[in-house]
Design a protein around this ligand. Structure first.
Ligand code: HEM
Length: 789
């Protein structure tokens, strides 16, 4: 643990600012002198901004100063006579390691358990036999055709949760260790805490379960990341690798301490959802729908926890086709159905009693010990564009064209779309001869906005490969592919840290405190191989699902004049990306994302997600994503919201009324009507219901800090982070300065079918300082610094 972590954590949030080491916003060089002859855009005297001297920079490099620029429109310094690029006066940001103590994981001091080897072997065999027992049950289910059928909502949900071929066997291995730990608890009569924590002092290595331990790969220093994320941290080569466990801030609170879901005596999760988060709309005017869409694209880059499936790859069916509970003989042990109570105002009309829900896969523990269950992340934890490239070598190989460093495409009416997925029949429209698209992430077809993002970034790879081939005609396919991938990951990271996070986390103060601000020049020197770069369970199962609240009822299709000419209703288009075959839809959706506003990030959600999730043409209703989020939190054993108040420096509430620092009286009353004590409150909806301080973005206190901390980890622990200097994968300073010119507006201009106008900051709505401009006003990257002699 860092000294900063040690020091800051107990002192908590109240004192967290004490730990910021340096200020990194430094006076810029004075404005450049006026050149004799032609004036340059930089020649204009820049006014200072909040007392910092400034310089005329391309707009994207001023994005973290948005709040100040809005109040100071005279800061725009574009001189269109000289250059069409849209610019503003803003300060420089240089400096590096200045984050406050990134939250450490809970230290788990525990008693040492001693169990004889033969006893441990016997218990381990029990774990193995449990997997055999499940296989027996599954054989019976298959015989009775008790599995999910295409066309149903449950099936449409399952294909978004399906384990990859590589992940599926690991779930079984994780299960053997988990079941053995439960047996240990029973045999040794351990308390819940000892069962989950003290058992971690026992290694699996010398037992029949030794085969579940994940061996460390052999690493060599390389300029390029591995596809599966291994060997990023040379001391812990498995850190961030696909198919490894999520991290955690706090030890889980499973009902048995090991894996039983945190559910005993808890209120029904659909009821919690309908009471705390009624269907209602509230639009957020100061950001664009892009904030939602980019957020989901990033989420899919860093986390995907699959659910258990049947041995033959079919989905587990926990409810009957008419939405009643499956009979006990046909009930799979990994079912965790969402029960619908008789009074449910929406589902009652369809007589729904049961909604399919299956438990998340558990991972073999990375430390190769017994202990509580951890969930499996089947994609790389790193922010490395695995959505484009895949998270295993096998996935990557399928996607590559093996010519010119390019990725495969499907050429349709002279437009390059994602390749078709010939092995996947699961998209709506398949029966009409339409295919799903294939990409590095299996959720690519979920909704059209996401498929658009995937397509645009896929095209960006091929565009970059082409540019690199132009400056280096002698490079072979492998070199072009790896180098293009490296550039695209850097562009994506730059856009995340430079444009997206400042909007999400509210411009500078939080960004600065967590060391998230991108520099305007020089390298980042804060790489730290002692920081855990894995995605944390609380982040993926709760905090980062904030985005569900921003989803609108529809994706607007917008023409080049900014007028909406059509809408695709979310509830009608799950798993159906085929509108993209129509010529104008890609651009129409892209423009819509940059122009329309999302729903506000709060405790309100659109009915497309709360009643209609994964509705298919054959069904009249869908699932409830928000109830699923709560349920998933209990499946993963996430402790209640109150436990995280302690972690994030707030006073733990002993009574409901003590929650009045962050909740409205109305929300507190609702919570008191649902839960027996503050300890029970589920993390997800509490986090979404916290009051938001608009100066710190759109998230409440708890989620703000969880999200900031996660992105600090993803930066600081990533040896290949694009700004990091002095590492085998580092860019040259000239290359890095080119990457710094990239923006999401640039990606859209260069990879659309024909977008001609866009605002420079696409997460921000149109305004005087962020007007709709021709693409020629958006800077692009020069590949000259990549030219090799
Ligand atoms: C556009 C509409 C969206 C749909 C239909 C959707 C759907 C889903 C579904 C079905 C799950 C799995 C639920 C479960 O645990 O059973 C999920 C998980 C998740 N979603 Fe969304 N989502 C959407 C948008 C977003 C956005 C905008 C964000 C973030 C900004 C987001 C973040 C997440 C995260 C972090 C997870 C957990 C992923 C994992 O670890 O497996 N989602 N979403």
């Amino acid at each position: 643990m860092y000294w900063k972590e040690k020091f800051c954590l107990p002192l908590g949030y109240v004192l967290w600012f004490c730990c910021a080491v340096t200020s990194i916003i430094v006076p810029a060089q004075s404005p450049q002198p006026i050149h004799s002859g032609r004036p340059t855009p930089m020649s204009r005297q820049c006014p200072s901004l909040v007392n910092f001297p400034t310089q005329c920079r391309i707009m994207a490099q001023c994005s973290v100063w948005w709040a100040e620029l809005v109040k100071s429109p005279q800061s725009v310094c574009t001189n269109q006579v000289e250059s069409p690029l849209w610019r503003a006066c803003c300060p420089a940001i240089v400096g590096g390691r200045n984050r406050i103590g990134v939250m450490s994981e809970q230290s788990l001091d525990s008693e040492i358990l001693t169990v004889s080897s033969p006893e441990l072997a016997r218990i381990s065999k029990f774990g193995q036999s449990e997997v055999g027992r499940v296989a027996g049950i599954e054989a019976r289910l298959l015989e009775h055709k008790a599995f999910l059928m295409p066309g149903s909502t449950a099936f449409a949900y399952f294909i978004n949760m399906k384990p990859s071929d590589e992940a599926a066997p690991l779930g079984e291995q994780g299960l053997m260790v988990t079941r053995s730990t439960q047996k240990l608890k029973e045999v040794m009569r351990l308390s819940n805490e000892a069962a989950g924590i003290a058992t971690q002092t026992l290694s699996v290595k010398d037992t029949p379960l030794a085969g579940t331990c994940i061996p460390d790969p052999t690493c060599r220093t390389s300029k390029y990341r591995t596809i599966d994320g291994s060997c990023n941290n040379l001391k812990s080569p498995l850190m961030g690798r696909s198919n490894t466990q999520l991290g955690r801030y706090l030890a889980p609170d499973y009902d048995d301490g090991v894996w039983e879901s945190r559910d005993k005596g808890m209120p029904n999760s659909r009821t919690v959802r309908t009471v705390l988060a009624p269907d209602h709309d509230r639009v957020q005017r100061d950001v664009t729908l892009m904030l939602m869409q980019f957020g989901q694209f990033i989420d899919h880059d860093i986390t995907h926890v699959p659910v258990f499936q049947l041995a033959n790859g079919s989905g587990i069916s926990c409810c009957t086709p008419d939405n009643k509970h499956q009979s006990w003989e046909l009930r799979h042990p990994h079912c965790f159905t969402l029960d619908i109570l008789p009074g449910d105002a929406f589902y009652r009309q369809f007589r729904v009693e049961c909604i399919n829900f299956v438990r998340s896969m558990v991972a073999p523990r990375s430390d190769c010990t017994f202990g509580y269950a951890e969930q499996l992340n089947q994609v790389t934890h790193w922010h490395d564009a695995s959505t484009i490239y895949g998270s295993t070598q096998f996935q990557s190989d399928i996607l590559r064209e093996r010519k010119g460093g390019r990725m495969k495409t499907f050429s349709y009416q002279n437009r390059q779309l994602l390749p078709l997925d010939w092995k996947n029949n699961d998209c709506i429209g398949f029966e009409k001869g339409l295919r799903c698209f294939l990409s590095g992430d299996s959720r690519v077809n979920q909704l059209i906005g996401l498929t658009v993002m995937q397509t645009v970034w896929h095209r960006e790879h091929n565009r970059v490969a082409g540019e690199l081939a132009r400056v280096n005609p002698r490079w072979d396919d492998e070199k072009l592919f790896q180098e293009a991938r490296r550039v695209v990951i850097a562009e994506l990271q730059h856009i995340t840290y430079n444009e997206y996070l400042p909007v999400l986390l509210g411009s500078r103060p939080v960004m600065e405190a967590y060391g998230l601000l991108p520099r305007t020049s020089g390298f980042f020197t804060g790489y730290n191989d002692t920081v855990n770069g894995n995605v944390f369970n609380e982040f993926s199962t709760a905090a980062y699902r904030y985005g569900h609240s921003m989803v609108s009822h529809w994706f607007e299709l917008v023409d080049d004049n900014g007028a909406t000419y059509d809408r695709l209703h979310v509830k009608d288009w799950f798993n159906n990306p085929h509108p993209l075959l129509k010529a104008d839809v890609l651009d129409g959706v892209m423009r819509g994302l940059t122009i329309s506003n999302p729903e506000a990030s709060d405790e309100l959600f659109v009915s497309d997600l709360t009643n209609m999730l994964f509705k298919t043409p054959e069904s009249k209703h869908g699932g409830d994503l928000i109830a699923f989020n709560i349920w998933r939190g209990r499946d993963h054993g996430l402790p209640g919201y109150n436990a995280y108040r302690g972690l994030f420096g707030l006073r733990k509430a002993k009574t409901f009324s003590e929650l009045n620092d962050l909740f409205t009286p109305e929300t507190i009353d609702k919570m008191a009507s649902l839960y027996k004590s503050p300890e029970e409150i589920d993390l997800y909806l509490a986090g979404m219901s916290e009051k938001v301080d608009s100066s710190s973005g759109i998230l409440g206190h708890t989620f703000l800090h969880m999200v900031a901390d996660q992105f600090a980890r993803l930066k600081e622990a990533d040896r290949y982070f694009y700004e990091t200097g002095d590492q085998s994968g580092s860019f040259t300073i000239d290359q890095l300065n080119e990457i710094r010119k990239s923006s999401l507006a640039m990606i859209f201009c260069l990879n659309s079918d024909g977008i001609k106008n866009i605002q420079p900051l696409t997460f921000r709505p149109l305004s005087d300082i962020n007007p709709r401009l021709p693409c020629s006003a958006i800077p692009t990257i020069s590949f000259a610094p990549w030219r090799e002699p």
